[in-house]
Design a protein around this ligand. Structure first.
Ligand code: TYD
Length: 204
């Protein structure tokens, strides 16, 4: 038996993180064993790499390699064993984020990303990806309201985030069955209803 792998994606400020835990609880109520995790991160080593990735200036290729390094560890220690036990994994970001941020946002060659993706997870892809989409100015307003220190990605200029958004939408366009676009401007209740509907029809 194989479990289900669901990922959440979107530009910074799309508000996806608040829905991750809620979806996991809903699935648990339906009797599933659900692991909630995130990238970069999800393991002890991955969380250390996350600290570096979010705050230490580095070369674009170093950044990309570290994203995939953290991902390899995450797959080996958490994601693959859980799926093999028939459990669910709900993950806040995965490889679509690398295509959107390092590829779309920073301009890294797509062929390099494909090589790394193939090395790190072969043919494994999320069963379902929920892409939270909203206009950039709304996302920027939400980030501006945050009282915490902004990370290296949140500090990027608007044109960077616009490229990230477009890269995400292009990926959704090329994989419409796997990647479902959620209008992140809807109310929390409306978004939850839509998530329930999409997950129930695609994964349960
Ligand atoms: P996230 O956990 O969504 O940040 P927050 O907890 O502040 O909402 O993601 C951290 C940042 O890492 C986000 O700005 C996107 C970036 N990122 C990449 O650039 N590439 C990747 O492959 C991943 C997984 C994340």
């Amino acid at each position: 038996m194989k479990g289900k792998f669901i990922t959440f994606e979107g530009i910074d400020g799309a508000g996806k993180s608040s829905h991750v835990e809620w979806l996991a609880e809903w699935l648990r109520e339906k009797g599933q064993i659900v692991h909630v995790t995130r990238e970069p991160g999800g393991t002890e080593l991955g969380e250390k790499l996350r600290e570096l990735l979010l705050h230490a200036p580095m070369h674009l290729e170093t950044e990309t390699l570290l994203m995939f390094t953290a991902r390899r560890e995450h797959l080996a220690r958490l994601i693959e064993p859980a799926l093999n036990r028939g459990e669910w994994v709900v993950c806040d970001r995965f490889s679509d984020a690398t295509y959107a941020y390092q590829g779309g946002g920073r301009g890294l060659d797509r062929a390099k990303l494909q090589q790394l993706e193939h090395w790190v997870h072969g043919s494994l892809q999320p069963d379902l990806t929920l892409l939270f989409d909203l206009p950039l100015d709304v996302a920027r307003e939400r980030i501006a309201l945050a009282s915490r220190m902004l990370d290296r990605f949140e500090q990027e200029r608007a044109d960077f985030h616009e490229r990230v958004r477009q890269a995400y939408l292009e990926r959704a366009h090329s994989a419409p069955m796997r990647i479902r676009v959620i209008n992140a401007q809807l109310s929390i209740e409306e978004i939850r209803k839509e998530l329930q509907h999409i997950v129930a029809t695609n994964c349960l």
